[in-house]
Design a protein around this ligand. Sequence first.
Ligand code: CO
Length: 296
Amino acid sequence: MEKEEKEKWLLAGKIGKEIRELGVSLCVPGAKLLDIAEAIEKRTLERGAKPSFPPNISINQIAAHYTPKYDDKTELKEGDIVKIDVGASVDGYLSDTAASVAVGENENKLVIATKEALDSVVKIIKPGMAINEISALIDDTISSFGFSPIVNLGGHGIGKYSLHEGEFISNSKNYSGSFLRKEGVVAVEPFATNRGGYVIDSAEVQIYQFIANRNVRSPLGRSILKYVSDEYRELPFAKRWVINKFGKLAELEIRQLVAAGSLHEFNVLKEKDNGLVSQFEHSFLFDEGNVTVTTL
Ligand code: CO
């Protein structure tokens, strides 16, 4: 790997860690989700990076893909399990990292179990290793606390301007017979729940991704597409960002761009039995046989 390329992966990781820790520090009773997201975004830009994706701030049964609405009024309450899942992009070199907080509590067993699953992966992960070794470690660690891993969420390869590519690193054992890449970046993200361990799409969508310029007639629609593809390429973006830039009419326009096949929607993911969900995540850089946890 080129030295300059490696430095950018590392910087993206360093900023990712910083904004994750900032997000976690803001998770106190009464804090507004919107304020937390905007603080994370502001810090990312101040550090000369862009978000890899909108800060995901998902509470309790919501596992992932929730970012605050432009007028979001949600406040954190004592006992909420909050997932802060964030990442930074340095010229397209990405990080992806998450931590969970039980608001107002020092020790929450579900959060501890998930953190321990990730910490144990940090100790054993090697380039090119069998993915099932990681999956089994996550599954066994979470199960040993009496919880379930979420089987249809997991880690993934990361490429330049590409948040999910290549291998899927399941949180459930005996799922994959393949191997991690030998060079490059992967993210590992254990999710645990106190119920069944399966997430489903909800109807709500706050995060989108550019797919292609289809035949868009509306001038506003064309402006939105140009803006998101110039600004975020094929990385996910928030509806809130588009509304802040183009006004409330953008909301209807986004729906039409989805219908036309120009934008992809990420539905908010919920645990199917309404279980509480906790998540931790790090990004790992493999280079000439060495492992660096870029977000540690
Ligand atoms: Co991820």
